[in-house]
Write a protein that binds this ligand. Structure first.
Ligand SMILES: C[S@@+](CC[C@H](N)C(=O)[O-])C[C@H]1O[C@@H](n2cnc3c(N)ncnc32)[C@H](O)[C@@H]1O
Length: 263
């Protein structure tokens, strides 16, 4: 992100690669064909500590480009591992991406923890987790939620004119809904332009709420892991400026599609 100036971004919204469960190198079609897995694909590492460390370099860059009082919002799920993939002890293991990323940010940057939201996936498509069903002892919670953790860069916010404040303000019902700690939102389905093209699309409602809560019209919103371009699309829709980075060129078409025809 060396092109982006220090202290120039109001809000970062991202969902980083989920350790090594998704294959982002698939040729933009999800038809089980890989293109070449590129060097630097943080979603293709099978060492969890290395994965968390690689992300720290990105979080440090995010800290550099954020304005004072700017926020970074990171969306991640829990990652229960199948015994066939990780067999370290009698029970299965869970990688808690949120807590590992949170600890790594608090240890390696000067960002402060600001808020934590839970995304309740109201139409979860995952198979049930049975554990020891029907017998007690080793039941598993169904994996139906994700986290959105918000950090802030210390400092006073930049001045905003009354006109910009008025244009950016929330209605009372938006405020009531968006500041509930649990967000009930379905996972994207066929209506999303990237459905079947990108394996981990974020619902538009997530960046929509975060952009309304934490930025003003004309502010800059950045996503270091753009994927299919959901954050950028919503930023454009809400009259924010936007910057995105994505490793795989094969997502360029769908990103452009998401940005086309909004106005
Ligand atoms: C969870 S997805 C983001 C999905 C996005 N929020 C959306 O709604 O489509 C993470 C993305 O990070 C990309 N990625 C992996 N390593 C990267 C790197 N070093 N730099 C930039 N993007 C990377 C992957 O190709 C993948 O598209």
């Amino acid at each position: 992100m060396s092109e982006v100036k220090d202290n120039s971004v109001k809000l970062i919204i991202t969902s980083p690669p989920y350790f090594n469960i998704k294959d982002y190198s698939k040729n933009g079609t999800q038809n089980f064909k890989h293109s070449e897995i590129l060097n630097g694909d943080i979603g293709n590492m099978n060492n969890f500590n290395l994965y968390i460390k690689s992300l720290v370099d990105v979080w440090k860059e995010c800290e550099r480009v954020l304005e004072p009082n700017g926020k970074i919002c990171i969306n991640v799920p829990l990652m229960p591992m199948l015994k066939k993939d990780l067999n370290t002890h009698y029970n299965r293991h869970i990688f808690d991406l949120q807590s590992s990323i949170q600890n790594s940010i608090l240890e390696n940057t000067n960002l402060f923890l600001y808020d934590l939201y839970i995304w309740n996936r109201t139409n979860t498509s995952k198979g049930l987790m049975f554990g020891s069903y029907p017998y007690p002892g080793n039941f598993y919670a169904q994996n139906t939620s994700e986290f959105i953790v918000v950090f802030v860069k210390d400092g006073k916010p930049k001045f905003k004119s009354q006109e910009i404040k008025e244009k950016s303000k929330l209605t009372q019902s938006e405020w009531v809904e968006y500041t509930k700690q649990i967000w009930n939102i379905p996972i994207p389905s066929k209506g999303d332009l990237a459905f079947g093209i990108h394996p981990a699309i974020m619902p538009e409602q997530i960046p929509y709420r975060l952009i309304k809560l934490f930025s003003f019209i004309d502010d800059v919103v950045l996503d270091p892991f753009t994927g299919s371009g959901t954050t950028l699309r919503v930023a454009k829709m809400l009259n924010r400026k936007y910057i995105g980075y994505e490793l795989y060129e094969h997502y360029k078409n769908v990103i452009n599609k998401k940005l086309e025809g909004l106005f």
